[in-house]
Ligand binder design. Sequence first.
Ligand SMILES: *[C@@H]1O[C@H](CO)[C@@H](O)[C@H](O)[C@H]1NC(C)=O
Ligand SMILES: *[C@@H]1O[C@H](CO)[C@@H](O)[C@H](O)[C@H]1NC(C)=O
Ligand SMILES: *[C@@H]1O[C@H](CO)[C@@H](O)[C@H](O)[C@H]1NC(C)=O
Ligand SMILES: *[C@@H]1O[C@H](CO)[C@@H](O)[C@H](O)[C@H]1NC(C)=O
Ligand SMILES: *[C@@H]1O[C@H](CO)[C@@H](O)[C@H](O)[C@H]1NC(C)=O
Length: 400
Amino acid sequence: MSGHSQARQSNLRDSSMVSMARGYYHVTCIVSMDCVLPCRFKHAGDEVVQWYRQNVLVHSFQNGSDMLDQQNKQYRSRTSIFREQLPNGNASLLLKHSDIQDKGRYRCQVHSALGDQESFVITKLEAPIQFLSLRMTRPSGFDEVSCSSQDIYPAPQLWWSTDPAVPFDTLKPTTRKVANRQGLYSVESAQKRLGNLSDFTYICTLSSYYGTQTWKASLKEREISSVSGKGLTIPCLAPTKLLNFNLTWTFTRANKSEVILTFDSLTRHTSSHWKNWARVDPDQVLSGNGSLWLHNVDNSAQTGTYTCDFSAFQIRQQVHNHVGFFALNTGGNQSSLWVIAVVTAALVLLIAGMIMYASLRDKCSLPNRTTEDAIEIQHMRRDTDENKTLTESKSCDIKL
Ligand SMILES: *[C@@H]1O[C@H](CO)[C@@H](O)[C@H](O)[C@H]1NC(C)=O
Ligand SMILES: *[C@@H]1O[C@H](CO)[C@@H](O)[C@H](O)[C@H]1NC(C)=O
Ligand SMILES: *[C@@H]1O[C@H](CO)[C@@H](O)[C@H](O)[C@H]1NC(C)=O
Ligand SMILES: *[C@@H]1O[C@H](CO)[C@@H](O)[C@H](O)[C@H]1NC(C)=O
Ligand SMILES: *[C@@H]1O[C@H](CO)[C@@H](O)[C@H](O)[C@H]1NC(C)=O
């Protein structure tokens, strides 16, 4: 019930985005990545290049070398210019390991024989969404669907929807966005389960502040009961037409999870850990039908939760199938034959036991026997070998 998923995105490289509007460059730097702030000028030689944020000195270059004694300590060891690019009229600033504090308006000032040349860069900082987690929890007796992510800047937008849709005000999630010391936001939202377990698919959408990313995760729970000893197909369809996706089926029972099989649409490779016991249809799965076929399942070991998990770029769908198996109970079938077999076996054992008991009683003579026969036999044996008689009677005691 408390399956857990995280959609993840492949690593981001230095991917600052640059645009130009009303004479200003606009740059979006990715938090903790390197970032280039552009600056162009007319080259004349012997330039003095100075970069400022508001009135804070960020970087200074003159007489062929960096002059950093006046540099603000926020920028220490993080700045440089491409000095080989100066003859090309390029005084761009390389800002290493950018941080939220680096946002703002920068001024590039180039002094040369041509006079002062200035240009401006509006720098935004963004920490993109890297995962979205959606799971079912039970914090105080009632089920909640909980959606969360971490280390995002600026604070993202989160909203819920269901399938089938419900009126907007039916959903009353509790959402918290908290910034850590670095200024990065974690977001956590919980929505109480509506109706019965299998009634709705819950969809959590997380969108970045600048609208550059939209992540979506969905979760559905379903209860399935099946006749034991027969094949079972657990249906699972991809949410939309997915380009490159991974499908993973897992089995969870008593807090232990194991992977049943995985399918990668890019390589078209299926790896099955349950061998011939479970498979997906290789022709259907590529078009998004990941239904799992289970061979001849029985009721004990395979009762549990079968989770179907489609994950693709910024999208994830999980369906938890709680599968229970039951035996058919109509007259004359296998199960009543079993009962007859067990009863018969018990009777046979009982009779055999009684016969053995009777024969042992005849053979052994216990010291506390009071019948005359027994006493007589005891005397006879004692006459021959006392020790032997004692051990014999002891072993009879144990057997009975
Ligand atoms: C300046 O040079 C750097 C380093 O080669 C390059 O990354 C940047 O795009 C150039 N900027 C402009 C505005 O030409
Ligand atoms: C730059 O170097 C020249 C001579 O090499 C010197 O006259 C001038 O003062 C220097 N400028 C600064 C700002 O150090
Ligand atoms: C939940 O299921 C039960 C039995 O199937 C039904 O009686 C009840 O009305 C359902 N509740 C809701 C809220 O759908
Ligand atoms: C599963 O784990 C939860 C919390 O870790 C625990 O409360 C629960 O008793 C466990 N259930 C089983 C069947 O082990
Ligand atoms: C999905 O595939 C299964 C067989 O694996 C099939 O029984 C089922 O009808 C298919 N569903 C759809 C919607 O195509």
